[in-house]
Every structure is written in structure tokens, then in C-alpha cells.
Design a binder for this molecule. Structure first.
Ligand code: ATP
Length: 366
């Protein structure tokens, strides 16, 4: 499948002043598992629908390889059925009068494939998605999650060059959701299909994607591997959207008002004199540690004395709530904390664990 390219793609539904998608550049390469990640209303579904041809652009263009499939300037619009992309949406329409097996086979029948090949493909995807046992049932006899798997199977059976998935796991319970993620990863590996997957769930994106495109308010905030997004967030929005518990943010700019922020500022200006105009720093809860005395803090680390105000077990790990005069931070630890609320500790973080943002929230640290 050739690369899908969105250049300056815009969508305005004509009702709101703001564009649902504004000036979006996105490149989806062959075989990629691209997750569009962002909060509700940020334009993920609109982007997917524009790629599918279910929405036409209000500006910009979309190319598939060298072929322009939508361009406002050139007046080109290729309808969805000519784009050879498979779609699975949250609301998956199965044929109520056909059995699960016939539903899975549906797309293949339309393509007039030989019977033996059709049967083999249907069997393979039904096994892969664990729906073979329901082959003779009708959709109304399955749960929402099972129906979702049938919708996925029907799409995979056709083996489209591009699979467009809009929150396809949203109706599944936690365990099945996890199993389906693993399954989707295997299927992606096996079928080598390019996948564009819409989700607002950061863990879903982190576990599935080869590339994540983080969106907010119709614009692309960052595109990169899951590690890039987590380790080097391009701005505060990305830093705060990805990570759980969320990243701790210390705002600068109020000298004297914020104790630990002052300490961080002093630490950073000594360590990184080239950094100017710092607006805030971010410290991930899992990137910080604590020591019971100053001597135990590793050299060169940033550290601040704080009071433990809560020890929250989360099953296998603990979240510590820590307070200074004006700030509350959270720290995740995997070792049983041998401290109690009210004790003073030294929280510390190595220099490369400190994310530094300018006044506009843009990343300025390496
Ligand atoms: P969600 O995760 O809630 O599905 P999303 O990120 O997929 O959200 P979109 O559905 O693309 O977001 O919506 C982007 C913006 O466009 C929202 O403000 C939404 O209200 C608006 N919008 C979406 N579809 C239409 C439509 N058909 N007519 C008018 N406005 C729309």
C-alpha cells in the first residue's frame, strides 16, 4: 500500500467558528500502525473519515501514493468505495439476517473469490478472533464485544491495504480489550496491513502503535514512536496527556511563591545555563525517587525536601503524595514504602528526567 499523505488538511463543518481539523500534515507509511490519539472532540474521527472519503476536505489535500484522492484546489474527490480501505467504526453494522460465518464472509462474496479461498480466509480470521464457536449464531445473539470482533473479522478477511479503525475496542471489558490489543498486534504483524486507529486511550495507543499522532483542538501536537511521545513530549499538552498518574508540573514565574519550583529553577539555571525563558518543568511520577536523608540523594540529581501526605497502594506499586509549601507531587514506587504520612523525605530526579517547557509550553530541554 502506498503512503497516505495529508497536506494542510482542513475540515470545517460550517457550524462552529473553529475548524474540526485545522491544517493537518500527516504521513502514514506502508505497514504502519498509526494511532490518532487525543481528547474527545479533537478531530480524530474527522481525520479518519477524511482519509476514508466519508468527509470531503474544506482545504488542503490527501494523496495515496501519487494519486490525489481529495484536493480542494484541484477539485478532485475520490469516493470511499474507490479508495480500497476497510473501515470499522464504533457502531459496527452487521447484517442481522446473516449468521456470523456469513457476515464474516460478506466482503469476500462481494469480491467473487473462489469458494475454497473464501472458506480458508473466513476460517483463519474466525479462529484468530475466537469467534468460530459462534459461526451459526446471528448478531442479535452475541454481546456487543463479540459483535465488534465479528466486524473486525469481516474487515480482516478482505485484507484491505489500509484498515481504518475508530475506537473498535470500546465495547469490550478490560480483559478482552487487552486480549484484542495483543490480537490486533499479531494480526498487524501477520497481515502487514497499514492500520490507522483512533483512540482517546493513551495506553491503547502506547501498546499498539508504531507511530502515535497526538492531536488537540484539530491540530497535530506531535508525531512519533510511543517512546518519543512519552520520553520527549513536544509540549506540555502531550506531556500531560500521556502518562498515568499524570506528569507533575511546576510552574515558574512567581518568585518566592513556590518553594520547590524555585529550587528546580535554581537547579536548572546552574545545570543548564543555556535554557532561557523557562515556563514550567515536568517530572513524571515514575521517574522520581525519594531518599530519607540528603546524603542518600545521588549526586547531580535535582532534589527537594517534601512531606509525605499519603501512601496509596495500587496493587504491586504505590503512589506517594508529597507536599511542599505550595505544591503537591505524586511519585510512583514499586518497592514497598517504609515511610508514613507526616515524614520528611528528599524527592529526587536525574537531570534527564526533567522536562523543561518554555512560556508557551513548548519543550526546550533535550
Ligand atoms: P471523540 O473522541 O469524542 O469521537 P474526535 O476527536 O473523534 O472526538 P471529531 O468527532 O472528529 O472528534 O470532532 C471534532 C469536532 O468537530 C468536534 O468539535 C465535533 O463537535 C465537530 N463535529 C464532528 N462531526 C460533526 C458534524 N457532522 N457536524 C458538525 N460538527 C461536527
Amino acid at each position: 500500500m502506498p503512503t497516505i499523505n495529508l497536506r494542510g488538511a482542513q475540515k470545517n463543518y460550517g457550524v462552529a467558528a473553529a475548524n474540526a481539523v485545522a491544517d493537518l500534515d500527516l504521513e502514514i507509511r506502508d505497514g504502519e500502525f498509526m494511532c490518532l490519539l487525543g481528547p474527545s472532540g479533537c478531530g480524530k474521527t474527522t481525520t479518519l473519515r477524511m482519509i476514508a472519503g466519508l468527509e470531503n476536505l474544506s482545504g488542503g489535500e490527501i494523496k495515496v501514493g501519487n494519486r490525489v484522492v481529495d484536493s480542494v484546489r484541484e477539485g478532485i474527490f475520490v469516493p470511499p468505495e474507490k479508495r480500497e480501505m476497510g473501515l470499522v467504526f464504533q457502531s459496527y453494522a452487521l447484517w442481522p439476517h446473516l449468521t456470523i460465518e456469513r457476515n464474516t464472509d460478506f466482503g469476500l462474496r462481494l469480491r467473487n473469490l473462489p469458494k475454497a479461498e473464501r472458506e480458508a480466509r473466513v476460517e483463519r480470521v474466525m479462529q484468530a478472533l475466537d469467534i468460530a464457536k459462534y459461526r451459526d449464531r446471528y448478531p442479535s445473539q452475541l454481546s456487543g464485544g463479540q459483535q465488534q470482533r465479528v466486524a473486525l473479522a469481516r474487515m480482516l478477511a478482505v485484507n484491505p491495504g489500509v484498515l481504518l479503525l475508530d475506537e473498535p475496542l470500546s465495547n469490550l471489558d478490560a480483559r478482552l480489550r487487552l486480549e484484542m490489543r495483543a490480537e490486533l498486534k499479531r494480526l498487524h504483524h501477520e497481515f502487514k496491513t497499514t492500520i490507522v486507529f483512533v483512540t482517546h486511550d493513551q495506553w491503547e495507543a502506547m501498546t499498539l502503535a508504531t507511530t502515535i499522532a497526538v492531536m488537540n483542538e484539530g491540530t497535530l501536537q506531535q508525531m512519533g514512536t510511543p517512546n518519543d511521545i512519552y520520553d520527549r513530549p513536544a509540549n506540555r499538552f502531550v506531556a500531560e496527556f500521556v502518562g498515568s498518574p499524570p506528569i507533575n508540573i511546576l510552574n515558574f514565574g512567581k518568585p518566592g511563591a513556590s518553594d520547590i519550583a524555585d529550587q528546580a529553577e535554581a537547579y536548572l539555571s546552574a545545570k543548564f545555563p543555556q535554557l532561557r525563558g523557562i515556563g514550567s518543568v515536568g517530572l513524571r511520577p515514575e521517574a522520581m525517587s525519594y531518599a530519607t536523608s540528603r546524603e542518600k540523594v545521588p549526586q547531580n540529581s535535582f532534589s527537594a525536601e517534601m512531606t509525605v501526605t499519603g501512601v496509596l497502594p495500587t496493587g504491586g506499586s504505590w503512589i506517594l503524595e508529597l507536599k511542599s509549601k505550595n505544591h503537591t507531587l505524586f511519585l510512583t514506587t514499586h518497592a514497598l514504602p517504609r515511610i508514613d504520612s507526616g515524614e520528611r523525605v528528599f524527592v529526587h530526579a536525574p537531570p534527564d528526567a526533567i522536562h523543561v517547557f518554555d512560556l508557551q509550553g513548548k519543550r526546550i530541554s533535550e
